[in-house]
Design a protein around this ligand. Structure first.
Ligand code: ADP
Ligand code: ZN
Length: 751
């Protein structure tokens, strides 16, 4: 029967385009199933590869043979293989590397993955304190972090705990010795499908929640692909709808996958999932250690954990029999990956639901205009939760106009603007009232550090990063200057490096706000939440848990404070400066501003007391700011969609960004021009109405020492770009060494 060896199509896990052909040794024939990991000779050594199927066409040269099959069962389940294949094609990325990227560490390497761990669960639970007096025993930061986590989440499995709080194992031992936690073990096989904590009473649904859930349940029962937009104002109880829909999915014998933004994966949210589904839940977040991630991946793969919750990359989790996908805060930019396979997890969720023939729910208070227009055109079914739970009012939003009025400025300004306070009298007053009432406040400013730039008062020089075209930020805690893009640090110079003039620190960051609040409100207990303070997952967890239990009454932070947190004690939100995002060179600047303002405003008044929001701005008349005041998402979206249509931007057009970067400026610019010529020629040849913008220097023209230029292609649809993209890819392969071109389909970050 055999007329020579059979041939395999193989994706090699390296950044190389196209599939390779290898010969199949007879001994391996029976083990080769699509998606299985294999070892193949590649270049002068070996490489990890993935068997895709048998090759039909004979290869141009005599093929080498597959060396080894690495898995007893394919690491890539059929639906993950299908999803990644789709994504690699759509996002123009080499398939083998994309497949590798979809696997947890350990599985993405040629060496054998670590053994599965013993099937023993270690549960840790807090022991309530008899009195406050004995807290002196718990001094270590780690022990306190563990206690905070347990207070927020209740009984927790050790794996998860040490994922959230690195080093938790030792701290638990010390806490157990002090009688502060109880540790119990149980064999995993003995534990039934739902753990001890499962079954925490579901809430009684509001009418709106019930209506939304009914629509989802109907769709779950009838099966089939069905995309939904769950548009619910902040505090309307979207999470409860997700939990109920997931419970229904489980009751139907199917499994569920829920994606949340990076910072959305808080102990609070995990706690709500765990309370409902116990150890049926697997959590995939960025704080996991490699072994833990692999462990969670295996629990999902084996079906032991049929409810997977995770950040962006969890879209590739090996959930079989998928019955429901949920994307919470679907508008969040963290769903877009900015390197290698530049996928958007929300968009892939819709594709995966299509493949799995199941419903997908995209939830948000401020849906992306892309998703909104899909709902308006009827592609997605719209479910609305227009009011907060218990008819709590949305917070009252007031604008504080920061502009100095020319009419009033006959007399010189009372203070030098550099000395001016960051908090207006109105905001100070509101803050002081809030604290007096024993309530909590959030102050939001989307810039970290102390001063965002340092300028010479004599020659005007601004101290910039030597590697990036951007000013260095002054950080008090680090006692120096930091580049927010490449991490370059430098001491704060005493004089201007050019003219030795005196330097001035300008621009405000969260550290400066913290300094001012500490000065003006000495009794306030202040926490700061930004990427500096939340150094690791443990620290972040502790800050959020501390604020939740009222250990602090003012939380100051960047957009990290704006995400889905539910702190019922917060009655005041102050936006220190609304304008930071408005001026970004990005067609989504207004949308982002509206989203972040509406989200942060949504943190106020979620409990029994009504909330108040003060927005300080120099642009009170901008549409984004004005519409947030009226909680007018629909009005904002309507106007913004009209602008997008007039300018031909998404959702009315598809974009592809081609970024060219290199160490040498001249060569990079030449390469960008060459690619632009190729694109122009192809556009003229084709019949599609395509537009090319650029080549232009990227807004961040220098980053990590590399010069960056970009082209932007606009088309009515995706297919229309194909010919141009293929021509560009061919040209990109011919660029001189040292210059790279990368393709970003549906780009989010245009810097
Ligand atoms: P969203 O995600 O829409 O901002 P959440 O899901 O966080 O809102 O819900 C807001 C608050 O309301 C939470 O504290 C939640 O426990 C509570 N909640 C949700 N649904 C109900 C309900 N049906 N009855 C009572 N409380 C509810
Ligand atoms: Zn830099």
């Amino acid at each position: 029967m055999s007329s020579g060896a059979r041939l395999a199509q193989v994706a090699v896990g390296r950044p190389v385009r196209g599939a390779y052909t290898y010969a199949i040794p007879e001994a391996l024939e029976s083990k080769l199933v699509p998606g299985v990991r294999i070892s193949v000779p590649f270049g002068r050594g070996k490489a990890l590869g993935f068997f895709l199927g048998e090759a039909t066409a004979p290869p141009p040269v005599t093929p080498k043979s597959i060396l080894e099959v690495l898995d007893p069962e394919p690491a890539l389940t059929p639906d993950v293989l299908r999803l990644v294949t789709w994504a690699a094609e759509y996002y123009r990325h080499p398939l083998g590397e994309a497949l590798r990227g979809a696997l947890p560490p350990g599985m993405a390497e040629l060496r054998a993955p670590p053994e599965a761990r013993a099937k023993v669960l270690t549960w840790v639970e807090p022991i309530p304190r008899a009195s406050d007096a004995d807290d002196g025993e718990v001094r270590g930061a780690l022990m306190r972090a563990v206690l905070s986590y347990l207070e927020a989440c209740g009984r927790t499995e050790m794996e998860e705990l040490s994922g959230a709080v690195p080093g938790a194992r030792d701290a638990v031992k010390r806490l157990a010795a002090r009688g502060r936690v109880r540790v119990t073990t149980e064999a995993r096989d003995d534990s039934p499908g739902t753990g001890a904590l499962a079954g925490a009473a579901p809430l009684e649904l509001s009418n709106d929640q019930a209506r939304a859930l009914a629509a989802l349940e109907k769709s779950l029962e009838s099966g089939g692909f069905a995309p939904f937009l769950l548009h619910g104002v902040t505090g309307s109880g979207k999470t409860e709808v997700y939990l109920r829909a997931i419970a229904k999915t489980r009751a139907l014998g199917k499994r569920a996958l829920c994606l949340v933004p990076e910072i959305g994966l808080t102990p609070q949210l995990v706690g709500r999932f765990r309370a409902r589904f116990g150890d049926e839940v697997a959590v995939l977040h960025s704080g996991l250690k490699d072994a833990e991630r692999l462990q969670e991946w295996r629990r999902i793969r084996s079906g032991e954990a049929p409810v997977a919750v995770g950040v962006r990359s969890a879209i590739f989790a090996p959930v079989r029999d998928l019955g429901l996908l949920v994307v919470d805060e679907e508008h969040d930019p963290s769903f877009k990956q900015d390197e290698k396979l530049r996928y958007h997890a929300r968009d892939l969720a819709v594709v995966r639901a299509q493949h799995a023939n199941c419903p997908v729910v995209l939830g948000s208070a401020t849906p992306s205009l892309e998703t909104l227009s899909n709902a308006r055109s009827g592609k997605y079914a719209l479910l609305s939760l227009p009011a907060r739970i218990d008819d709590r009012p949305l917070p009252k939003v007031e604008v504080v106009d920061l502009r100095i009025r020319p009419a009033a400025s006959h007399q010189p300004p009372a203070t030098d603007p550099r000395e001016a306070s960051l908090l207006s009298p109105a905001l100070k007053q509101a803050l002081s009232e809030t604290l007096d009432r024993g309530e909590q406040a959030i102050l939001f400013l989307n810039r970290r550090g102390h001063s965002t730039f340092v300028t010479c008062t004599v020659c005007g020089l601004t101290v910039t990063c030597p590697n990036c075209s951007i000013a260095l930020t002054h950080h008090l805690a680090r006692r120096g200057l930091l580049c927010h893009h490449c991490g370059h640090t430098a001491p704060l110079p005493e004089h201007c490096p050019e003219c030795r003039g005196a330097l001035l620190r300008l621009g405000v960051g969260t550290e400066k706000v913290e300094e001012e609040v500490a000065r003006d409100f000495p009794a306030a207990r202040v926490l700061r939440l930004d990427r500096d303070s939340a150094g690791d997952a443990a620290e972040l967890t502790r800050t959020l848990a501390d604020f939740a239990r009222g250990a602090a009454n003012v939380m100051i932070g960047t957009q990290m404070v704006a995400k889905g947190h539910d702190f019922p004690g917060v009655t005041l939100v102050g936006v220190v400066l609304a304008d930071t995002a408005l001026a970004m060179p990005d067609f989504r600047a207004a949308e982002r501003t509206f989203q972040v303002l509406a989200q942060v405003a949504g943190r106020a008044g979620r409990g029994a007391q009504a909330g108040r929001v003060l927005v300080q701005t120099y642009n009170p008349d901008s549409d984004a700011v004005a519409r947030v005041v009226g909680h007018d998402f629909d009005g904002f979206a309507q106007a913004e969609l009209r602008r997008r249509e007039a300018l031909g931007f998404p959702p009315y057009a598809k974009l592809l960004a081609v970024r060219v970067d290199g160490l040498q400026e001249r060569a990079t610019i030449d390469a960008a021009r060459r690619l632009a010529d190729v694109a122009e020629r192809q556009i003229r040849r084709g019949r599609e109405p395509l537009r090319l913008l650029g080549p232009t220097p990227a807004p961040l023209v220098k980053l990590r020492g590399r010069t960056r230029w970009q082209l932007l292609l606009k088309a009515r649809g995706h297919a229309a770009m194909n010919a141009v993209v293929q021509a560009l890819e061919a040209a990109a392969d011919e660029l001189p060494p040292g210059v790279r071109a990368s393709f970003d389909v549906d780009p989010v970050n245009l810097l």
